[in-house]
Design a protein around this ligand. Structure first.
Ligand code: CO
Length: 422
C-alpha cells in the first residue's frame, strides 16, 4: 500500500516539472473524478452535493465539495505548487567565444545551489502565443535532456570543497549548445509545440531536474525526487479529497503558488484567492456576509508544507527533544513567533484528527538558536482567519533539486486528509 502510493506520488511529480503542470495534472485528475471546472470570470451555479475546482494564473488551484446536507464550516488543507528553481531570463542565449551557447537564468526562491551542477536538466513552464482569437497560453515541457550546469574542475578551484560561495550570475548558467548552433531556446520550444516561433510572445520557463524519482534503501524505506516540497503535500491533499465523502463540512483542497518567494502574488497565499473562493461559495449557497463570518469562526485549516527531519550527519541541528524522523508520521510544526500558526487549540484538534485516521504524528520546533523558514498558514490567516495548524511530512535536503522523504508518510497524510474531508 505505502509503496503503491509512493509510486503514484512519483508519477504525479514526474508529470509536474513546474507549478503550471502540477495544476494541470490536478485539474485533469479531479475533472476525471467528476469535478466541474469554474471560471473566476463567470457566474458560479453551485448545488448541494456538487464538486468544483477553480484555478488562478494556471499555477494555483482550489477544489471544493459541498455536502448534501447543510453544514456550515470549511475544512481546508493548503499546500503549494512551486519549488525553488532557476528561471530563464529574457533573450537568454549567451555566446561564449564562438564555442558554446549558455542560457541566462536567475534564481527563483532560496535553493541549495550545489546539487544543480553536473546533472541533466531541461526546461518547462508556459508560453503565451498569438492565437486566432487573441492570446493563448500553452504549457511547455521539453521532455529530453537539454541543458547542464558543468562544475569547475577541482584543479581549477582548489577551494571547491572548503565552503565555496557560488555566484548565480557566474557559476550557475547552464550550457545549452555548441557555438556552431544557430538555434535558440524558443526555436526548440516552437518545434516541440508546433507553434510558429514568431507567434510566441512571452514565456515563464524554468530549469528542472531530469532525474526521475526513486524508492531506495536497505528495505526500500526512502523516496527521493525533485519537488517533494511541496508536491508531496499537494498530492496527499488531493488524494484525501478524492477518498472522502464530504458530509461533515464544505471541504477545500487549496494549492497556492509562489510560497518560495513570499506568497505575495495574486495566486499566492497572501492574495485573496482563497478568500474570494470561500466568499463565492458562501454567496452561491444563498448566505449573507455575516453568515460567512460565522462559518469562518467555526472552520479549520491544515497548512501542509514539508518539515525538516533529523539529519543523520547533522543531529546537532535538531531541537534536543522534538526530532522528527522519516516514516514516523505527520509533523506538527510549532514556533513561538508564529511563523507556524499552530497553537494549543489547533494542535489538539489535529491530534484528534490523526487519532481518528489512525496515523502517527510527531513534533517539530526549531532549535532556539536557529531561525527557521516560514510557510502558508500565517500568511493565509491574514486573509481568511480561522483555527489553523501547520504540519508537513518529514524530509531531508529541503530545497535541493533532489529531496528525500520516507515511503510511509505520504499514505499517512492522505489518510489524515480523508478524515479532515470526511
Ligand atoms: Co515548502
Amino acid at each position: 500500500m505505502y509503496i503503491e502510493t509512493t509510486r503514484k506520488l512519483l508519477e504525479f511529480i514526474r508529470k509536474s516539472p513546474t507549478a503550471f503542470q502540477a495544476v494541470e495534472e490536478m485539474k485533469n485528475r479531479l475533472t476525471e473524478q467528476g469535478f466541474e471546472e469554474l471560471s473566476e470570470k463567470e457566474h458560479w451555479k453551485l448545488v448541494p452535493g456538487g464538486k468544483y475546482l477553480v484555478t488562478r494564473n494556471h499555477s494555483a488551484l482550489i477544489a471544493f465539495c459541498i455536502p448534501q446536507t447543510e453544514v456550515w464550516k470549511f475544512h481546508i488543507m493548503a499546500s503549494h505548487s512551486d519549488s525553488p528553481a532557476f528561471k530563464i531570463k529574457e533573450n537568454p542565449e549567451i555566446k561564449i567565444e564562438n564555442s558554446y551557447v549558455k542560457l541566462n537564468v536567475e534564481k527563483y526562491g532560496g535553493m541549495l545551489m550545489a546539487p544543480w551542477f553536473d546533472r541533466p536538466l531541461s526546461v518547462a513552464g508556459r508560453v503565451i502565443i498569438r492565437g486566432r482569437d487573441g492570446l493563448e497560453e500553452k504549457l511547455v515541457n521539453v521532455e529530453r535532456d537539454l541543458v547542464m550546469i558543468p562544475n569547475l574542475a577541482i584543479h581549477m578551484n582548489r577551494e571547491a570543497n572548503n565552503g565555496f560561495s557560488y555566484n548565480p550570475q557566474k557559476d550557475l548558467l547552464p550550457l545549452f549548445a555548441a557555438g556552431s548552433t544557430d538555434r535558440t531556446l524558443l526555436e526548440i520550444i516552437a518545434e516541440q509545440t508546433g507553434i510558429p516561433k514568431e507567434d510566441i510572445l512571452s514565456h515563464d520557463l524554468f530549469l528542472y531536474n531530469r532525474m526521475p524519482g526513486t524508492i531506495w534503501g536497505a528495505d526500500q524505506e526512502f523516496v527521493s525526487s525533485a519537488r517533494l516540497d511541496d508536491l508531496q503535500c499537494a498530492f496527499s491533499s488531493m488524494e484525501g479529497l478524492l477518498r472522502s465523502q464530504h458530509q461533515n463540512s464544505i471541504t477545500v483542497h487549496c494549492v497556492m503558488d509562489n510560497e518560495e518567494v513570499g506568497s505575495g502574488t495574486k495566486q499566492g497565499a497572501a492574495s485573496t484567492f482563497l478568500k474570494d473562493t470561500l466568499l463565492r461559495i458562501n454567496m452561491g449557497l444563498g448566505r449573507t456576509y455575516e453568515e460567512y463570518l460565522m462559518t469562518l469562526a467555526g472552520s479549520f485549516m491544515v497548512s501542509a508544507d514539508n518539515a525538516h527531519a533529523l539529519h543523520p550527519n547533522h543531529t546537532d541541528k535538531a531541537d534536543p527533544v522534538n526530532r522528527p524522523v522519516l516514516n514516523k508520521g505527520i509533523v506538527i510544526k510549532y514556533n513561538a513567533n508564529q511563523k507556524y500558526c499552530t497553537d494549543a487549540v489547533s494542535a489538539a484538534e489535529f491530534k484528534e484528527l490523526c487519532a481518528k485516521a489512525d496515523v502517527p504524528y510527531q513534533t517539530f520546533v526549531n532549535r532556539s538558536d536557529i531561525a527557521g523558514g516560514s510557510t502558508l498558514g500565517n500568511i493565509s490567516n491574514t486573509q481568511v482567519p480561522m483555527n489553523t495548524v501547520d504540519i508537513g511530512l518529514p524530509q531531508l535536503a529541503m530545497h535541493s533539486p533532489y529531496e528525500t522523504a520516507g515511503v510511509k508518510d505520504t499514505e499517512y497524510l492522505i489518510r489524515m486528509a480523508a478524515e479532515l474531508f470526511a
